[in-house]
Design a protein around this ligand. Structure first.
Ligand code: KIV
Ligand code: NA
Length: 278
């Protein structure tokens, strides 16, 4: 299987085929997402929340993103991978932005980067695109600006906010972005923006009017995700519960002396395993 391209994404929008995106942060999550047949993988800076245990995405660094993106690339070599530009890396200057994006592509093996923000980051989106780095935008609730926004609030409820979202989306398209993520935007506004844009919109908490949907891996499988339940998340399995139960069984069996049993124990004639892995 070949990784999909930004050309294919445009075609999917035109043909009305919904685009699927899941986040992944390491080899196993990437491998399972690829095996599940997801169209695109986002190495999101939600890494900070769901993997690193921070309260926000702000502490996540470019080095963190690269470290995790590399392992995602090994787990999902044949899936189109987008890596987030973390806090302030696409804000200071074109030069700074290009250096950061280049590292995500070169060291993080990304196919594309994602930049949070609207019109105010359009020049940085343009700089990347001109350098051959595909960019997907991200507007609405932009978690890197959570302290400025005053919390994780739904965006686009006020008419002025809605108008701003629309002009931001158009500015990103104009700057050469091949798509835009809409996060926590009312269904009406998300639908309106999706119709107005030629490039696909990928929604999270933005309703069915978007051209695609993205969810955070740990939310989908309830894997020790810190903020469940959320109205916009659908949880498809309680993997965290299964893991906790399995780990608890191990602890109990060792305490009770029932593991390891005879069948897990080497006799004198046993062949040593050549290797644990590989
Ligand atoms: O970091 C992330 O997971 C994201 C998605 C929620 C779009 O940016
Ligand atoms: Na993100």
């Amino acid at each position: 299987k070949q990784a999909l391209t930004i050309t294919k994404l445009q075609r999917m929008k035109k043909e009305g085929e919904p685009i699927t995106m899941l986040t992944a942060y390491d080899y196993p999550s990437a491998k399972l997402a690829e095996e599940a047949g997801v169209d695109t993988i986002l190495v999101g800076d939600s890494l900070g929340n769901v993997v690193l245990g921070y309260n926000t995405t702000i502490p996540v660094t470019l080095d963190d993103m690269i470290f995790h993106a590399r392992s995602v690339a090994r787990g999902a070599a044949n899936t189109f991978r987008i890596v987030d530009m973390p806090f302030m890396t696409a804000r200071i200057s074109r030069e700074d932005t290009l250096r950061g994006a280049a590292r995500l592509m070169q060291e993080g093996h990304a196919h594309s980067v994602k930049i949070e923000g609207g019109e105010e980051v359009a020049e940085y989106v343009r700089a990347c695109v001109d350098a051959g780095i595909p960019v997907i935008g991200h507007i609405g609730l932009t978690p890197q600006s959570v302290h400025q926004l005053g919390g994780y609030k739904i965006q686009g409820k006020l008419e002025a906010e809605a108008a701003r979202l629309e002009s931001d989306a158009l500015a990103l398209q104009q700057a050469g972005a091949y798509g835009v993520v809409l996060e926590l935007v009312t269904g009406t506004i998300a639908t309106r923006i999706s119709r107005k844009l030629d490039i696909p919109t990928i929604g999270i908490g933005a309703g069915a009017g978007c051209d695609g949907q993205v969810l955070v891996y740990h939310d989908v499988i309830q894997y020790a995700s810190p903020y469940i339940p959320k109205k916009f998340v659908k949880t498809y399995a309680n993997v965290g519960g299964i893991i906790r139960e399995a780990l608890g069984s191990f602890v109990q069996e060792v305490k009770a002396g029932s593991f390891p049993s005879e069948e897990h124990t080497f006799g004198a004639a046993a062949q040593q395993p050549a290797a644990l892995y590989g």
